[in-house]
Design a protein around this ligand. Structure first.
Ligand code: HEM
Length: 230
């Protein structure tokens, strides 16, 4: 290996390590908030004692079926998707990739449909947030469906590209919480507005990040080490 190729390979490995760190952190943030959700809502759902109607959690208790048909499959999808995107795993366990892929695709679709069914009528941040949910939730579903139709016609490259796009949006859920946290920390605006703005900022950033990634790695690298995404 020439020094130039070695430097390029080291840079690529460093970028990959950074990307995996960001992915792991955002998934961890999402899991923490999902855990807080369940711990807060479950006692109220089980006891039938609803919170005050303007409390944040009131919507999750009142429309618990819609909310949890979004959250539970969403968490399964988000935790499973990185395994699917890990090139080394795909190469070593193709049959598991296929079987797990069916389960995760179904989870992603259910979560996306209920993101719309819960998020549009019950949004905490009002119409501006509902609109973001409609735009990005539909985009998430389109990406999953296109990934599926691509693999049905055995177009692996397009399947990979649409799955990366879908995952980029799903991962944005963690970034929403980071933006909300920042707005709250600097007392920028009321909490409900923070949610609406955070939805647009975070999910918009993630759609762009997905496209940037696909330009940088337009197809799965052939000779790259197994730590690669894609
Ligand atoms: C695929 C992975 C996803 C996971 C794991 C996930 C998880 C969650 C969790 C845990 C909550 C509760 C938030 C809290 O209590 O702070 C939530 C709420 C919500 N999610 Fe998702 N989500 C995912 C994808 C999406 C997508 C793609 C959309 C569409 C834009 C979306 C839209 C929403 C909406 C609108 C809410 C309600 C926010 C509110 O309280 O007003 N989610 N999600």
């Amino acid at each position: 290996m020439t020094p130039r190729i070695a430097t390029r390979s080291a840079t690529r490995d460093a970028i990959m390590a950074g990307v995996w760190l960001v992915i792991g952190t955002l998934i961890a943030i999402t899991l923490v908030f999902a855990g807080i959700r369940v711990a807060t809502d479950l006692p109220m759902i089980l006891s039938g004692q609803p919170p005050e109607s303007d409390d944040f959690e009131a919507r999750y208790v009142a429309a618990s079926w819609l909310a949890y048909l979004h959250i539970i499959p969403g968490v399964i999808y988000l935790v499973g998707a990185p395994i699917q995107l890990h090139r080394g795993f795909r190469q070593r366990h193709l049959s598991i990739h296929r079987a797990l892929g069916r389960v995760l695709l179904l989870c992603g679709l259910i979560s996306g449909v209920f993101a719309l069914a819960f998020g549009i009528p019950f949004s905490f941040g009002g119409a501006f947030q509902s609109l973001a949910t409609a735009v990005f939730g539909s985009w998430f579903l389109v990406c999953l469906v296109r990934a599926y139709t691509a693999i049905r016609r055995r177009d692996v490259q397009q399947h990979r590209r649409w799955m990366i796009r879908a995952f980029a949006v799903g991962l944005g859920v963690g970034t929403i919480r980071l933006w909300v946290g920042l707005f709250v920390a600097v007392d920028a605006m009321p909490l409900s507005d923070s949610f609406a703005v955070a939805f647009w900022l975070a999910l918009g950033m993630h759609v762009i990040a997905g496209e940037v990634w696909l330009r940088w790695a337009p197809s799965a690298p052939r000779g790259a080490r197994s730590s690669s995404t894609g």
